[in-house]
Design a protein. Structure first.
Ligand SMILES: [Zn+2]
Length: 311
């Protein structure tokens, strides 16, 4: 077996070779410095693990997606020379071939399977009602015993999740296990508008494209656990072979230093203000406490992990 050379702090062993990773921005705003940091780490790991990078744009959330945000993804990746090998090359190709609506039959099929296997129940709770039942907005399963018809309108579909479900997964330092957190109990797989929820579309897409390395922010850790559970419910064991790496969040590391020094932290804004790619990488580096000048994503990721490892 081939092993890649990158060593992540607190990881005793190198990452195993991987086939494919993805960068998966949601076009509900202009890409910001936090996205760039995440993409830089993804590109670096991909390069060192021999993985190809898929550009997967999650555009199902129609109320928030705007064409200019989709265009911005391509503009920003090109501007910062962030690489990808698969997926759409431009906004036109995205619309024609890669928008999530093209995979709607796959999402519908997965939802039907969950329904037939009695893995879901219908819920007609409003956000307000959920908050009156639990101050933190944790859904307590109040519709389970109502046996609402899932085929009626204005119900969401929630997955049955047994309390304390233990999920096995592959982290950067090998096999790991965690309990599905309360925030993900009975998570939604189909929204009230009958569209697939984010978790469902994300799992179906990653399986469809053959992604086996997922790099994402620590804020999505709970989401990863929900997705692992969902893949089990869909009888897709291949998803369990994915290696997940959850990185620190740029803003959590840098406090509000970034917005003070950069004003608006969207790359588009900085580009229009005349910033060059190296200026942007240097700014991210400064926020992370990296003293050296940085020219590109590769040196940013490399210096960041060296710093974290203490050398
Ligand atoms: Zn309910």
């Amino acid at each position: 077996m081939r092993f890649c050379s990158v060593q992540i702090p607190a990881v005793p062993r190198p990452f195993p070779a991987r086939l494919k990773t993805r960068i998966a921005p949601t076009p509900s705003g202009y890409l910001h410095l936090g996205n760039v940091f995440s993409f830089a780490l993804t590109a670096f790991l991909a390069e060192n693990c021999g993985a190809r990078i898929l550009l997967r744009i999650d555009d199902l959330d129609r109320e928030r997606v705007r064409p200019e945000y989709i265009q911005d993804i391509f503009d920003t990746l090109h501007f910062l020379e962030l690489p990808w090998h698969e997926g759409p090359k431009d906004a036109m190709m995205f619309a024609n071939e890669y928008a999530q609506e093209h995979r709607m039959p796959l999402y519908r099929q997965a939802l039907e399977q969950l329904k037939e296997d009695e893995r879901i129940f219908a819920c007609n709770c409003s956000r307000k009602r959920i908050l009156t039942q639990n101050e933190q907005g944790i859904y307590t399963g109040s519709c389970i015993h109502k046996h609402l018809d899932p085929n009626t309108t204005d119900v969401s579909w929630r997955l049955y999740t047994p309390p304390g479900a233990v999920l096995q997964y592959h982290g950067p330092d090998g096999p790991a296990a965690a309990v599905l957190p309360a925030t993900q109990q009975y998570f939604i797989v189909r929204k009230k508008d009958t569209f697939p929820a984010y978790q469902l579309a994300s799992v179906v897409d990653d399986i469809f494209f053959g992604v086996d390395l997922t790099v994402r922010g620590q804020d999505l850790y709970d989401s990863t656990l929900a997705q692992l559970y969902l893949a089990q419910a869909l009888s897709k064991p291949s998803f369990g072979n994915t290696v997940f790496y959850h990185h620190d969040l740029l803003l959590a590391l840098s406090g509000d230093k970034l917005s003070k020094s950069a004003g608006d932290t969207s790359v588009r804004y900085l580009r229009k203000e005349g910033w060059k790619p190296a200026d942007i990488y240097i700014l991210i580096g400064k926020a992370l406490g990296i003293p050296e000048p940085l020219n590109d994503w590769r040196t940013l990721a490399d210096r960041y992990w060296r710093l974290m490892a203490g050398h």
